[in-house]
Write a protein that binds this ligand. Structure first.
Ligand SMILES: [Fe+2]
Length: 306
């Protein structure tokens, strides 16, 4: 099996309604009509949605949707997944409608992370950005990429490459080893890393706009709307993405970037190993914020005043 693209991602959060404001106003997403469960669904292109955030008692990923060529391809994939010992369930028509897909099956990977395979989509319509931006780069590269924290890197590599059919792109050795995989021309649709002491989950979801100005303006809007910036703007050495990371409701970081490279031909692609996560930038932006909070609290309590 080999997915065509990352079609959509879904999260849950007690703060899910905040997305109704920040989705359009900060990130330029278009609000899609609500589903029956009231989830906030956000559009990046002609698809019905690319990001959904459901009501939930905790912040966590609820599904990652991988588009398959057709229903027959899903049938074959289900056989392979069951052969690998996984439990696969068929979603009912109402859930398929909510995903705007003709057919959707669900399974947890060997580390308990929730995935779906889908085919369709069942409808497409024009996209109007939530604020003035030139749109998102999706097309044959799908919604963007997701980076997962997994408990065992090699076991995850084996599952996603041998069972799911992802093709290795390259590796970065920095604070930990990060392995990147593609399934279409986007440099990577999937990143895998083992970050010690962090439970398995989605580390970040990346969306791509067209210009550096749009990335910079969104950075400013995050600050205006009190969305915590996790890293400053920087550039990755492997996919050349110019981006920053911010913490959003749903328990993940949103990487907002532009300029990501494509892998057009697997036959001539050479896998490389990089020794740093960023060529420049991507500096920790949380620490100064935390320090400011500590200093503010100390001042409020008269600590450290001369
Ligand atoms: Fe990324």
């Amino acid at each position: 099996m080999k997915p065509l693209e990352l079609a959509y991602v879904g999260f849950e959060s007690p703060e899910y309604l905040r997305w109704r404001e920040i989705g359009p106003a900060v990130f330029g997403f278009e609000l899609a009509p609500n589903t029956v469960d009231g989830a906030v669904r956000l559009r990046l292109d002609q698809r019905e949605f690319r990001l959904a955030v459901h009501a939930g008692s905790q912040d966590r990923v609820r599904y990652m949707g991988w588009l398959m060529p057709d229903s027959d391809a899903i049938d074959c994939a289900v056989i392979e997944l069951r052969r690998a010992g996984l439990v696969v369930t068929e979603h009912d028509p109402a859930t398929c409608r909510a995903r705007a897909m003709c057919r959707v099956v669900a399974f947890n990977d060997p580390f308990g992370l929730p995935h779906e395979l889908c085919c369709g989509p069942d409808a497409e319509r024009p996209f109007t950005p939530g604020r003035e931006i030139g749109g998102f780069i999706t097309g044959d590269g799908g919604a963007g990429h997701c980076a997962l924290n997994v408990p065992e890197l090699q076991a995850a590599d084996d599952f996603f490459s041998k069972v799911m059919g992802f093709v290795p792109s390259d590796i970065i050795d920095d604070f930990t080893e990060i392995r990147f995989f593609h399934c279409n021309p986007r440099h990577h649709s999937l990143g895998l890393a083992h970050i010690p002491k962090k439970s398995a989950g989605m580390h970040h979801f990346m969306v791509e706009v067209k210009t550096e100005d749009e990335v910079g303006m969104t950075y400013d809007l995050c600050r205006k709307y009190d969305i915590p910036i996790v890293t400053t703007i920087g550039r990755h050495p492997n996919d050349r993405m110019f981006s920053f990371y911010c913490k959003v409701p749903g328990g993940f970081e949103l990487e907002y970037g532009c300029g990501g490279m494509r892998i057009e031909d697997d036959a001539t692609w050479e896998q490389k190993r990089f020794d740093r996560i960023s060529t420049w930038g991507h500096k920790d932006a949380m620490m100064p914020t935390l320090l400011k909070k500590v200093v503010k609290t100390m001042r409020r309590h008269g600590i450290g005043e001369m």
